[in-house]
Design a protein around this ligand. Structure first.
Ligand code: NAI
Ligand code: MG
Length: 357
């Protein structure tokens, strides 16, 4: 398959880890007989320096025509004094909004060699493999009115959802569960909120189209507790914007390192933006020591969700797992008796595990 991929390296370590993703993708392409064409565009601070705006029109146009988009990270000290509307972060929020990326996917896996770094007990985390799917463009964060009223003596935020917004995210979750262990946990607060009651109705209705997927409803307070006491009981979790924001950060403690976490923001036609969860890490930028695995795992998500290359995505994920088992780690990961390496060597180790399996 021939695919057009837009690269938005951005700032700080974004540029370094993007090289890693490109190298791994080219390796996968040659192993599986695909051709990926990469086009790099500016975003964030890099775009401010070149064009005076964090999200140039040229970048938007390119992204609108792409099969998929990979982003490194944006931001840094240099641009901190700029007014809010031309800060690097606006580039990222702007592109998500422009492209209507309503589904945020965050897979969370406990990699065995890293488990001792998790604040949770190893035996609790071991074997956990969760995909959190969060609705990203509706709910409490976008509802109007959202303001102070009665001369500042009261306040209102609005939780507004269209049924169609719930349907499309729930459908995405069922489709994802079907590709995994076929278990879907829908998290809501249906004992209190009307929006959650409609959410539950939508989930039950959609479940008729996916008889092979087991559905479980869970209230968000109980879900927050189970996520860290019994994480292995989850496969796919689907929830609305606010609950998803909180639960996905909570679940990140399962992995023990920020540098390991990938994410995807996608829409119905499969177009998506893929990026590591971490930022531009200005403190280590330019030193060649950044952990490229969150970025490489984001590239795997891109293959799975935007390019329908499930086997190829699995290949990358298995190679990452194999590297860690062989003891390779970057400075941010503490691995007992491991081999500490830089960004390039870590990438090389992933590539080697892909080509020599
Ligand atoms: P950060 O995630 O960049 O760094 C936090 C800490 O984790 C630092 O000590 C950093 O060295 C380390 N770290 C992060 N990723 C790493 C990796 N791949 N390998 C090794 N170590 C890694 O968050 P911070 O410092 O709060 O923000 C720095 C800049 O990044 C800010 O301008 C912020 O606005 C921006 N940012 C951008 C994001 C994005 O582009 N999606 C997300 C979060 C922050
Ligand atoms: Mg958050």
């Amino acid at each position: 398959m021939n695919k057009q991929i837009i690269l938005l390296p951005g700032d700080g370590i974004g540029k370094e880890i993007m090289e890693s993703a490109k190298y791994v993708l080219n390796t996968v392409a040659s192993e599986f007989g695909h051709r990926f064409t990469f086009h790099s565009h500016a975003i964030g601070g890099d775009a401010i320096d070149q064009y005076g705006t964090p999200l140039p029109d040229d970048t938007i146009n390119a992204c609108e025509q792409a099969d998929a988009i990979l982003l490194g990270a944006v931001g840094g000290k240099k641009w901190e004094a700029l007014p809010g509307n031309i800060r690097p972060e606006q580039g990222l929020l702007g592109i998500r909004k422009k492209l209507g990326l309503f589904a945020n996917l965050r897979p969370i896996q406990g990699f065995a060699p890293l488990l001792h770094a998790s604040p949770l007990k190893e035996e609790v985390v071991n074997g956990s493999d969760i995909l959190i799917i969060r609705e990203l463009t509706g709910g409490l964060y976008f509802g109007k009115p959202s303001e102070r009223i009665k001369n500042g003596k009261a306040v209102v935020d609005t939780l507004y959802y269209e049924r169609s917004e719930m349907e499309r995210i729930v459908e995405k979750a069922f489709e994802s569960a079907r590709l995994r262990r076929k278990h879907l946990t829908s998290v809501d607060k249906a004992n209190v909120l009307e929006s959650s009651r409609l959410w539950r109705e939508v989930v039950n209705e959609k479940s008729k189209e996916y008889p092979d997927v087991t559905v479980e409803h869970m209230l968000v307070d109980a879900g927050a507790m189970k996520l860290i006491t019994a994480p292995t009981q989850f496969d796919v979790i689907v929830t609305e914007n606010l609950f998803g924001d909180i639960l996905s950060d909570e679940a990140s403690v399962l992995t023990g390192s920020l540098g390991m976490l990938p994410s995807a923001s996608i829409r119905s036609d499969g177009v998506g933006l893929y990026e590591p969860v971490h930022g531009s890490a200005p403190d280590i930028a330019g030193k060649g020591i950044a952990n490229p695995l969150g970025m490489i795992l984001s590239a795997a998500l891109m293959l799975r969700h935007s390019l329908q290359m499930e086997e190829e995505a699995n290949e990358i994920e298995e190679a990452v797992r194999a590297c860690l088992e062989q003891g390779y780690h970057t400075a941010d990961l503490s691995v007992k008796n491991g081999k500490q390496v830089g960004t390039k060597e870590m990438t090389e180790a992933v590539v080697e595990n892909i080509t020599t399996k």
